[in-house]
Design a protein around this ligand. Structure first.
Ligand SMILES: Cc1cc2nc3c(=O)[nH]c(=O)nc-3n(C[C@H](O)[C@H](O)[C@H](O)COP(=O)(O)OP(=O)(O)OC[C@H]3O[C@@H](n4cnc5c(N)ncnc54)[C@H](O)[C@@H]3O)c2cc1C
Length: 327
C-alpha cells in the first residue's frame, strides 16, 4: 500500500516537472506583447506574470520532489538500516509522510498542470501542444490509490491521533532545528523566520487533532484535507530551505551551481531535455532563478535553440498525440 501510494505521489511530481518543462519551452518561443523600453514584441517569458507562474511551477515541483526523496530514503532505511531503533524511526517517518506525498503532491500537480495550460494561453486548451493531456493526466492522480480525503483520514487518524503526534513532533523538531540554525544566516534569515511561523501553525494543527480526534471527530475530519495540504506546504518549505542552506554553503566554498549537462543516450532523451533547457542561446535553464537575462531575440532561436541535432528533437505535441493514440 505504501509503495503504491508513494508511486502515485511520484507520478504527480513527474507530471509537474513535465508541465513545467513544456511551459518553460513555450514561454521562450511564444512572441506576444511588448515590454517598456524594448523595440518590437517580446517572448512571453519576459512578462512578470508569466515568470510568476513559471517560478510557482518550478518551486513547488522542487519542493515536492525533495519531500518525496525524504520519504523514499525512510522507506529504504526502514527495511535496511542495521540498527533496529533507526529502522523503527524511519518506518514511523515514512508512514507519516506517505499520505502527505500522495495527497499533497497529486493535488499540487493538478494546480501546476493547470498553470502550464495558462502559460500556453489558448494553445494550452487545444490538443496540439499536449499540455491539455498533461492536465487530464494529473487530474486522476488525487483520485486513484485512495482519494485525497482517504489520505487525509489516514494522516489524522492513524498517523497523528493514534501515536499522539509523536512521529509528527519528531519531524517538527527537525524543522525547528533548521529554522533556528538559519536565523542569523545572511540571505536566509527572513525565510527562516517565516518558516518558523509556519512550523508553529503546523504544530498547533497537530495538537488540535491529537486532543480533539476522540472528542470532536467530525470537526477534525472536516479539516483533514486542509491539514494534509498544510503539512505538505510546510514540509516542502522545509526542504526548499534546506536546499537553499546547502546551496549557500557551496557557493561560499566557491563551488559553481551551474546546471550539469546530461549524458542521456540520444534515443532516450525526453522531449524537452535538460540540454534543450540549458541551451546557452536561450540563457534560461530549469535551474535558473529567472534573474538571468532572458533571450533578446526569440527569432534567433527559431530552430528551438537546441544544441541537439534536429533528428533528436520532437515537435510540440508529437509525443502526446502518439501517447493518446496508444491508449
Ligand atoms: C483511470 C482509473 C484507473 C484506476 N485503476 C485502478 C486500479 O488499477 N486498481 C484499483 O483497485 N482501482 C483502480 N481505480 C479505482 C480508484 O482507485 C477509485 O476510483 C478511487 O479509489 C476512488 O474510489 P471511488 O471511485 O469509489 O470514489 P468514492 O469512494 O465513491 O469517492 C467519491 C468521493 O467521496 C469521498 N469519500 C469517500 N469516502 C470517504 C470518506 N470515508 N471520508 C471522506 N471522503 C470520502 C472521496 O474522497 C471522493 O471525493 C481506478 C480508477 C480510475 C478512474
Amino acid at each position: 500500500m505504501n509503495a503504491a501510494r508513494f508511486a502515485v505521489g511520484l507520478e504527480g511530481v513527474g507530471l509537474s516537472e513535465r508541465a513545467f518543462q513544456s511551459a518553460l519551452a513555450f514561454a521562450n518561443e511564444r512572441v506576444q506583447g511588448t515590454e517598456p523600453g524594448e523595440k518590437g514584441r517580446v517572448a512571453i517569458v519576459r512578462h512578470p506574470d508569466v515568470r510568476r507562474m513559471l517560478m510557482l511551477m518550478k518551486s513547488q515541483t522542487e519542493a515536492m520532489r525533495a519531500l518525496a526523496a525524504v520519504a523514499a530514503v525512510s522507506l529504504d532505511a526502514a527495511r535496511l538500516h542495521p540498527r533496529p531503533d533507526e529502522r523503527r524511526r524511519h518506518q514511523a517517518l515514512a508512514d507519516l509522510l506517505i499520505p502527505v506525498v500522495k495527497g499533497w503532491c497529486t493535488e499540487t500537480s493538478v494546480e501546476i498542470a493547470s498553470l502550464g495550460v495558462q502559460v500556453h494561453g489558448g494553445m494550452g486548451f487545444i490538443e496540439e501542444t499536449g499540455v491539455a493531456q498533461q492536465f487530464r493526466d494529473s487530474r486522476i492522480t488525487p483520485i486513484y490509490e485512495g482519494t485525497t480525503a482517504i489520505q487525509a483520514n489516514d494522516l489524522v487518524g492513524r498517523k497523528l491521533a493514534r501515536d499522539s503526534g509523536v512521529a509528527a513532533k519528531a519531524l517538527i523538531a527537525d524543522m525547528r532545528a533548521l529554522s533556528g540554525g538559519l536565523r542569523s544566516t545572511p540571505g536566509l534569515s527572513a525565510a527562516a523566520a517565516v518558516f518558523a511561523d509556519s512550523v508553529d501553525a503546523l504544530e498547533r494543527a497537530v495538537d488540535y487533532v491529537v486532543s480533539q480526534y476522540g472528542i470532536e471527530f467530525k470537526q477534525v475530519s472536516v479539516g483533514a484535507v486542509p491539514l494534509l495540504k498544510l503539512f505538505g506546504i510546510v514540509a516542502g518549505g522545509w526542504q526548499l530551505l534546506r536546499s537553499a542552506a546547502i546551496a549557500g554553503e557551496r557557493l561560499s566554498a566557491g563551488e559553481s551551481l551551474r546546471c550539469p549537462r546530461t549524458s542521456i543516450a540520444p534515443r532516450s532523451r525526453p522531449r524537452f531535455s535538460m540540454r534543450t533547457m540549458c541551451c546557452p542561446r536561450r540563457r534560461v535553464s530549469p535551474t535558473a532563478s529567472f534573474t538571468e537575462p532572458p533571450p533578446r531575440s526569440p527569432r534567433a532561436c527559431s530552430d528551438g535553440g537546441s544544441p541537439l541535432p534536429a533528428s533528436d528533437r520532437v515537435p510540440h505535441g508529437g509525443a502526446d498525440r502518439s501517447a493518446v493514440r496508444a491508449r
